[in-house]
Write a protein that binds this ligand. Sequence first.
Ligand SMILES: [Zn+2]
Length: 90
Amino acid sequence: MSENRIACPRCGVDWLVRVRLVALKCHAVLCRECLALWLDEENLGQDNWVEYRPYMIAHGVADPGDPREILFGEDVRRRHLRSVPKPIDK
Ligand SMILES: [Zn+2]
């Protein structure tokens, strides 16, 4: 089923994964290779990402590298895109 995974539109190196930004209390999509962050899972484009670290710092997170600031969920798959995202918290 891995063919349904989505490669990063920015760097093309890694697969996109769902994350929860703990301090911001929201979900987003991240490339673990280049740390591009998409806030809208329905719109994963080449030009609408933000840089993870500056984005977190701009929102008051002192240490974006702290593993407690980000929870990794499942890989983003194409069949998910038209459905309501499931919570990644277990
Ligand atoms: Zn990337």
